[in-house]
Design a protein around this ligand. Structure first.
Ligand code: TUI
Length: 311
């Protein structure tokens, strides 16, 4: 296969410009190392956990791969200050951020020589982070799973590419080589995928979660939390239907919605809870048909994309 014309591969010393998005409760060292060993960038999730948890995850991944890997810092985490220091102490090769503005950490991180790649959902945000020293941005459209912004990938990516000089990685709705090629046509130099890695053999989520992704069709996700809480895309299940009903009710408070949602992702990932689990997934779930090793997911994607892009 010919090489992708991507600054991302040179910048990060990876073979393929394919990131596995950091997903709370999902991306453990086994999955992230499998992706990095296959030539992509595996990304651990600092999620809502403390410094000790992240330190142990980093120690473990270092036993599983010699290749670069990333850590995703979820900026709404109550432990964000702690984990922001851990990535410096551990000299993590790449740090991605999500669900907020990493502004107050940027100076410390860039002075420590870390490569910071924030997730952005708008042009204004992307420009600010370029000025603050981000080496690239991940522009994520609302087709993505989990916490989402307003704009869709098709409109967001070219506008962010036009506004920045640093490379842009596209995310949201990309699960095969067609999506990857389309992202490159829009100006992206890499892709980040989450949903398609949920069904990787090395992904240690409950089998019921994988089965739901494989069975999902095009219209089987919904965004809840637009009125109460934070917008989150997940599979339509009893949990999301109940959450949507609560949002429509004038009597339900933000606190009640938060309490209802607390722990719902963990219940899906670890217990396969059919009633009270929140199965976060992107609109690309309808494209995903089988469980396969992370290496095959990546190679199928880059092979198809390189044919389409005539590389
Ligand atoms: O962060 C994500 N996806 C996530 S985080 C998460 S954990 C969670 N669980 C329940 C409720 C909320 C979060 C699950 N999935 N993706 C990266 C991402 N970041 N997508 C969109 C954004 C984003 C949106 C707005 C980044 C910055 C932003 O700035 C707006 C502002 O002014 O803060």
């Amino acid at each position: 296969m010919k090489k992708f014309n991507s600054r991302i591969c040179e910048l990060l010393d990876i073979t393929y410009p394919v990131f596995q998005g950091g997903m709370a409760w999902v991306t453990d060292p086994t999955l992230a190392a499998a992706v990095s060993n296959a030539g992509g960038l595996g990304i651990l999730s600092a999620m809502n956990a403390d410094a000790d948890f992240l330190r142990s995850q980093i120690a473990k991944i270092r036993t599983l791969t010699q290749k670069p890997f990333g850590v995703n810092i979820m900026l709404m985490s109550p432990f964000v200050d702690q984990v922001a220091q851990v990535v410096i102490d551990e000299k993590v090769p790449v740090v991605t951020t999500g669900a907020g503005m990493p502004g107050k950490y940027m100076e410390g991180w860039t002075q420590a020589g870390l490569k910071i790649i924030p997730v952005v959902a708008s042009v204004a945000f992307a420009k600010r982070l370029e000025r603050m020293g981000a080496v690239a941005v991940i522009a994520e459209g609302a087709e993505a799973g989990g916490h989402v912004g307003d704009l869709n990938t098709m409109a967001l990516i070219p506008q962010v590419c036009d506004a920045l000089s640093i490379p842009v990685i596209a995310a949201g709705g990309i699960a095969d080589g067609r999506g990857m090629a389309a992202a490159f046509m829009l100006g992206a130099e890499g892709v980040q995928c989450g949903t398609c890695f949920l069904v990787a053999e090395e992904c240690n989520i409950h089998p019921a979660y994988k089965e739901k992704i494989i069975k999902a069709g095009d219209t089987d996700t919904i965004v809840t939390g637009k009125k109460l809480g934070h917008p989150v895309r997940a599979l339509k299940t009893p949990f999301t239907r109940k959450f949507a009903q609560m949002e429509d009710s004038p009597d339900v408070t933000q606190q009640e919605a938060d309490e209802f949602g607390a722990g719902a992702l963990r219940r899906a990932v670890q217990e396969g809870d059919q009633q009270m689990g929140c199965y976060m997934a992107g609109q690309s779930a309808g494209l995903i048909k089988k469980i396969q090793p992370a290496k095959d997911i990546i190679e199928d994607m880059v092979n198809q994309a390189s044919v389409l892009l005539k590389l």
